[in-house]
Design a protein around this ligand. Structure first.
Ligand code: NAI
Ligand code: MG
Length: 362
């Protein structure tokens, strides 16, 4: 049973970091027998200049047939050359929607090797290991009606609609409970049920699902403002945190500081399980195209490499290999491997490729 992976580096530092994570995935296929075939495809300004499409047919096909997509990044100044209509037709957002990638998993792990140089105190960070699951295809970012209107008195009024349905809540809560079963068995659901109707429904549905199917998992609830404070105060208390789109966006950036650099963070975005038991998934580093360092070969590839670890665990069904890869990253860091973004003053700064080498040799 071969799995298919589409490798799409995209723009900016995307192709640079993805070259390293692709090497790592190839290593697992060659040396650990991970049953996977890889198909590289282009996205963004380069195919646009050649074909007039940011998302050419070949790439659509590669992504369509794939069990998992290894994505780099999109965006940057050169993308201004692409007219908005052409860009929108193949945007990352439109793909997330097309494949209904509703469950966005963002693990927050404080590497012991970086704990002392991270912005939070080492004694708060030691042992931090949790996952934020952010609902990615609904909520206030997508709700209708939305707009800006001019009122009778000449003022303007901007408005958005926060909305969640039972199914939208239940499916992401299910993803959280199922993930918790493979970890420490704890789910923290975050909402603002003291103020928002959507959050009242959110909490009711999470409680109902928990009672029906997941009573073996420990469940608690936090209001989002308290959750923000708890993430900074005592992040070790969390195992799996599940929340809506806007709360997850903000909380995950807050939690990201526990890891030391944006360049360290992986993510997975999971779609619905189909009748064959498969689920489409997109794996990408949390960072963007980083135009300020693109083309220099100095970007940190660890966010992309750790996204491959998530792929091994969640799509390829190889938890031992996922552990092995995460351990290799820790070992490389413990041995002092540093790209510029995580280097202490005076430390040797590895190139993107050298960091790939360091992980592979570990
Ligand atoms: P960014 O994540 O690209 O960069 C923010 C800062 O972090 C920059 O100083 C950059 O040099 C640094 N950085 C990011 N990744 C790094 C890495 N791997 N190693 C070392 N340093 C790293 O975010 P920014 O600047 O807000 O956005 C740039 C472009 O990327 C925009 O066009 C934005 O829309 C796009 N973007 C795309 C995403 C995606 O493809 N999923 C996600 C976020 C932003
Ligand atoms: Mg964000």
């Amino acid at each position: 049973n071969m799995f298919k992976v589409a490798v799409v580096g995209g723009e900016g530092i995307g192709p640079e970091v993805t070259a390293q994570s692709h090497r790592v995935l190839k290593w697992f296929a060659a040396n650990r027998g991970v049953p996977v075939t890889m198909r590289e495809a282009q996205y963004g300004i380069i195919p646009y200049l050649a074909t007039g499409k940011v998302l050419p047919e070949d790439t659509v096909e590669a992504m369509e047939e794939a069990d998992a997509i290894l994505w780099g990044a999109t965006g940057g100044p050169e993308t201004k050359e692409v007219p908005p209509a052409a860009r929108k037709a193949g945007s990352l957002l439109s793909m997330r929607r097309k494949y209904d990638l509703y469950a966005n998993l963002r693990p927050i792990v404080a590497s012991p090797a970086l704990a002392d140089s991270a912005p939070l105190k080492a004694e708060v960070l030691r042992g931090v290991d949790f996952v934020i699951i952010r609902e990615l295809t609904s909520g206030i970012y997508f709700g209708e009606p939305r707009g800006i209107e001019t009122l009778a008195d000449g003022q303007r009024r901007g408005f958005n609609t926060e909305q969640y349905t039972t199914n939208q809540i239940r499916r992401v809560a299910r993803a959280a409970f199922e993930l918790a079963r493979t970890r420490k068995g704890k789910v923290c659901s975050v909402d603002k049920a003291n103020v928002l109707e959507t959050s009242v429904l959110w909490r009711e549905e999470v409680i109902a699902l928990h009672k029906q199917e997941f009573s073996d998992v420990e469940l608690n609830h936090l209001y989002v403002d308290n959750a923000a404070m708890q993430i900074v105060r005592e992040p070790r208390q969390f195992d799996v945190m599940v929340t809506g789109n806007i709360f997850g966006d903000i909380l995950s950036d807050c939690a990201a500081m526990a890891s030391g650099s944006l360049g360290m963070l992986p993510s997975a975005s999971l779609g619905p399980v189909d009748k064959f038991g498969r689920r489409k998934a997109l794996y990408e580093p949390v960072h963007g195209s980083a135009p300020d360092i693109a083309g220099k070969g100095i970007a940190n590839p660890l966010g992309s490499i750790l996204s491959v670890a998530m792929m091994l665990r969640l799509t390829l069904d190889r938890p031992d290999d996922a552990d092995l890869l995460e351990k290799a990253v820790d070992t490389a860091l413990a041995n002092g491997a540093r790209t510029a973004d995580i280097a202490e003053a005076g430390a040797t700064r590895l190139s993107t490729e050298q960091m790939g080498d360091a992980v592979l040799s570990a």
